[in-house]
Every structure is written in structure tokens, then in C-alpha cells.
Design a binder for this molecule. Sequence first.
Ligand code: ARG
Length: 566
Amino acid sequence: MIEQIKGKIKVLLEEYYLKEYNLELSIAVEEPKKQGLGDISVPVFAAVKALKKPLPECVNEVVEIIKNNIKEVEMINPTGGFVNILLNKQLLSEQIIKEVVSQGSNYGNRHFGEGKTCVLDYSSPNIAKSFSIGHLRSTMIGNSLKLIHEKCGYKTVGINYLGDWGTQFGKMIVAYELWGDKDIIDKDPINELTKLYVRFTNESKLDPSLDDKARYAFRQVELGDEKYLSLWKWIREESLKESKQIYDLLNISFDSYRGEAYYNDKMDAVVAELEAKHLLKEDNGAMIVDLGEDKVPALIKRADGGSLYITRDLAAIFDRMKDYNFDLALYVVGNEQRLHFEQLKSVLTLMGYDYGNRISHVNFGLVLQNGKKMSTRTGNVVKLYDVLEQAIKIAYEAIESKNPTLENKEDIARKVGVGAVVFNDLKNHRTLDVEFDLNQMVKFEGQTGPYLQYSSVRIASIINGQTFDVNNMNKEIMLKDHYFELVKSISQFGAVVERACVERLTSIIAKYLLSLAQLFNKFYAIERINVEDEQIRNTNFALASCVRTILNEGMRLLGIEYLDRM
Ligand code: ARG
């Protein structure tokens, strides 16, 4: 609501300057820098400069326009080059509360994405290797960004660009042929395949000829040898189960699983097109695209004829353009692939396609454990699934000790444990490394997912089925600071969602939810909700219910499940 008023002031002033002075100004409507100056602040410097008029005159113009057009204004007080506006808290609060109550989870929806399609490439694990913690990050960030874009009106397509092609399959085939037993694998594919992979990794350190065998085996797959190809198919199917197990825990699904293998027969066309456009150059037997001085050239084809990552991604982006005609293509991939995505964009531009600027690498940092890069891949058999199970177990124990008679403890513990891991990841600026400390992230207080879930559950138990009438609230009480602060925070939700979408930062929502929960908990420490006075009671219940609506919707956007009880 405050955002809407800000927007209205901006439009009013810009239209005024255009009509009155034929000037196209962009007016920034802000929040006052200092507390106590009001709710909205309009800087007048730009107008002074453009109009070449004295400051007081410019200020007066702005004051008049606002006074005559914005009914929610209580008081206007100019200080220096700013016009500060104090809003009518009673009127405003009532409007905001009514809006949230009537819109429910649709509150905060944005429309700027309507008519547009956003494709998101995320998770994309290299199957036949263990699902890595980096891929988990990509999964969680991608899933949340997909939901955020949907809230802003976009049509979205979630693509899991599976790494289902590569020498890891050669390794698995060799390991299977040497030590594998189909019956055992069929009984417990995920664990047995992991064991084989780990054994291969360990033994190949002692016997490097195993790597040659793996390369040979994968070459046979590439050449289409029937036996090897069917082994590849089988291993692909079985290894995918590990990823699916994790997606089930996270409650995540994809619109497409079109992975690297799908593009095998679509790369020749890419190479031919590059050739026809005279972009290919030979370099020691390999084929490259020169991207200009002091730029690393893009390697399109290896000297031995093997195809490369970027060539496949070119084939994939053409495919996505054809199928989805996207306005935005996001790749949620770690920081270390920055160069790759820069090259992808450059090659597209050189090829004459104008949609390079619709592509964006949504990069992220490492996951650390005790300050060191966390690895679930080699040597040890620690699987990510087990790590998630561990989080769920810690959550279960916490619930057991707090609320032993709770029903459905398993299901609730899954939501809390997973929510804890997700929130721990999404609360920080994604380009930074995150520390992975299970005990810390499953705590019910502090900056955690369970804290948010708990705050929402607490409100549910306060409201506990009580009804309230928003047409019979006490408006004077909204003047109290702790009331109005809460209402103001609620009203910021839509703007927060918008910023998270535009900047592709889940942390903006995560931090906002924490501060909203804290504000409410502070409020609850001061006020009793269920009071005698009917109007105050209505106001209190309505306000609490608004906070829960937004906490839940915010958690949903992050991919965290909310609860009624815990
Ligand atoms: N499978 C790749 C990896 O683990 C990530 C794929 C990212 N997506 C893409 N279109 N390149 O490194």
C-alpha cells in the first residue's frame, strides 16, 4: 500500500513536470533517511536543477500536488531538499489489513512478468556420480526463483538439464563389469551404484589403467555400440533414482528432464551453422570460436572430434527458444562456470542472435563445512540424502522433546528438517559461500527456517479458529508504534518479492521474513491478542492473521513448507 502511494506520487509528479514544463524527469520516491521524519520522502534536487528555479518554489509545487491528490496524507514537512510525508496511519493501516485479509496468499502478487516466459535451468546433476551439495544449492535456488517469477506473473519452465552423458558412465560400466552384480544392484540401486563408483575412484588411484578402460567404455557408448548403450541406459535410469529421492524429500518437480544426452545428435547442426557463418577457426586440430582479443576462445570441437559442453549448450538454447520462445533464460550454476556462460552469450551474439541479453547466469558460491569445501563425492560414502535425513532426525528429536504428543511427527519433522536446510542456503546472498552446520540450522530460534515455521505456527495457535471482523476494528490503536511498524512491514511484501525477482536474490525474501517474524514476536510480547474489547480484539486477530498469511506465502516462495502445528 505504501509502495502504491509512492508509485502514485512518482507518476503524479512526472506527469506534472511533463505537462507544465515539458520536462521528462525521473522522480525517485524514497523512505526518509532518518527515522521520525515520516513515511515517504521526495527529493526535490532533480527538479531544482532541471527547472532552474529556487528550492522553496520547487518544494511548494511538490507539496501542493501531494496535498491535493493523495488522501492518505496526514502531514507534510519539508526539510532541506526533501519533502517528507507523514501518512494517515489509521486510514492506511485499515486499508492494508483489509487488503491482505481479502487477497490471502495472492497478496504481494506482481504483474510485470505477465505475458512473458522464463525458463530456468537448475539442479542439473551429473548422474552416475553422487548428487553433490553444489547441485543441491542449484536445486533450492532454482526452485525458489521459479516460484518467485510465477508470483510476478511469468510463465515458467523448470528444466533439469541432466548431466547424463560423460566419462562417469564409462567408469560405472567398468566398475559394474568388474565388481557389480545386477541382482544386488536391482535391490538397492542407489547405494550399490554409489559403492561401485567410490570403489572405482579408489582403485583407479592405484591402477590408472582403469581410467583408460573407462574412457574406452564410454567411447563405445558414444559410438552407439548396442551392449554399451544399453548399459548406459540402465545406469542412467538407476542413477536418476538418487536425484529423484532428493527431489521427493524437497517436494520439488521439473517440467523437463531433457539432459545432455538428448543433444547428441543436435550438435552437428550447430557446428555446421558456425561454419556457414565463418565463425569457426582451427586451433591445433580443435575447432574454436574466436571471441576477440584477451578473451578465452570458445572450444567447439575437440581435436579427437569429441563434442564439448558449450556446443551442447548452444544446441540446448536453440531448442529452448524454439519450444518456449523465452523472454528470460536463467542458468542456476556455481560461480566457477562464469566463463562458460559469458562465452555462450558471446557466441550467440556473434551468430547474429539478439537474445544473448535474455540469458543470465545466476551464479552461487560454495558450501563449506568448517570453512572447507564440502564434498560428498569421492572417497567417503556420505550421501546427500543421508545428510538431509540427518537434518530430519535432529528436527524429530527437537519436536519429540518439545511436543511429544504431536500427531504426524514424521511428516512434520521432514518439513522442519528440510526447511532448515533450504533456509540456511537461501538466507545469504547467493554469490557468497555458505557454511553447512546442521545443528545450527535446525535451531528453533535465531535466523533459521524452523524459527519462521514456528513463528507462523504460534500465530495459528493464538488465532485458534477465532473469527474477526475487519469492518469493526479499532483504528486509533494503529497509531501505536508497534502496531504501525508491523502494518508497514506487511505492506512491503510485494515490493520485496519484486526486488527478489528482479535481482534474482532469494535472500531478500528470507531476510524480510525474519524481520517480520521478529517484529511480530516483539508485538506479541507487548500486547495480549485476545482481549475483552471487541474492536481491539478484531484488530489484533486480523493483524496476526495477516502476518501468518505473509510468513506462509514467503516460505512457500522459498520452497519451505509451512505448518499448522509443530
Ligand atoms: N551438469 C553441469 C555441472 O554439474 C551443470 C549444468 C548447468 N546447465 C547448463 N545448461 N550448462 O557442472
